[in-house]
Design a protein around this ligand. Structure first.
Ligand code: ZN
Ligand code: ZN
Length: 224
């Protein structure tokens, strides 16, 4: 079994993502270009190579069998994607519902012990911060919601699995926090307020507005 295949693909995918707008380098082999396109969700690359996603997956399955990987192609790709996200070493983002603001989102940051092999050691304390309101709270494996919905990142085209109704969705390709597609206009508005007023600049602006109102009330003296 050789793991240099996965390491090589991870390095190429990272390079394509960070340095080449998500596009594989034309000098790579067809197989490498196709796999990087699968990892980054680059449908345009697959199209230009004349492969459907299914055909590319089939070809990858053959490569994986040749290199002695036991995982199926989809699972293997998920592993490579996880390896590309430094903050979430070898694990998918655990989506939870924030007890403070009530929005469902992946962690903005996470404190956890890595399990032997990969993933999160749930026997040890796991603490996350909410990307919406920045509250910090402990989570357990039971709090993690299943990613049963999908959307496509508008920046890099990667498909981003997430629990339906999530307020924020982190793109596994480029790390961008995307707006959850299933939010109602009212929820979007509430999210804007939650995210806006917790920012330092916004808080200062709100405070300044309050001060101005107070000053106005003070200035009118005996008025209403
Ligand atoms: Zn929150
Ligand atoms: Zn993206």
């Amino acid at each position: 079994m050789t793991h240099s295949f996965a390491t090589g693909i991870t390095a190429r995918a990272r390079w394509a993502r960070d340095r080449n707008d998500g596009h594989p380098e034309p000098a790579w082999s067809t197989g490498e270009r196709l796999i990087v396109a699968l990892v980054l969700g680059g449908q345009a690359t697959l199209d230009s190579e004349g492969y459907s996603r299914q055909q590319a997956l089939q070809r990858l399955s053959g490569d994986l069998a040749f290199h002695g990987y036991p995982a199926d192609a989809e699972t293997w790709i998920t592993g490579i994607r996880a390896a590309l996200c430094p903050g979430t070493a070898m694990t998918a983002d655990p989506y939870t519902r924030c007890p403070d603001c009530g929005f469902t989102a992946p962690p903005e940051s996470m404190d956890y012990a890595p399990a032997p092999g990969s993933g999160i050691d749930w026997d040890r304390p796991v603490r996350v911060t909410c990307p919406c309101c920045h509250a910090s709270y402990p989570i357990s494996a039971a709090d993690v919601l299943t990613p049963d919905a999908g959307m496509t990142c508008h920046r890099c085209g990667t498909s981003a699995p997430h629990p339906g109704g999530a307020a924020r969705v982190r793109c596994p390709g480029c790390g961008l926090f995307l707006l959850g597609p299933a939010l109602t206009p009212a929820q979007r508005n509430e999210l804007r307020i939650t995210e806006g007023t917790t920012g330092l600049a916004a808080r200062a602006a709100v405070q300044a507005a309050k001060d101005r109102r107070a000053a106005r009330r003070g200035g009118t003296g005996t008025g209403r």
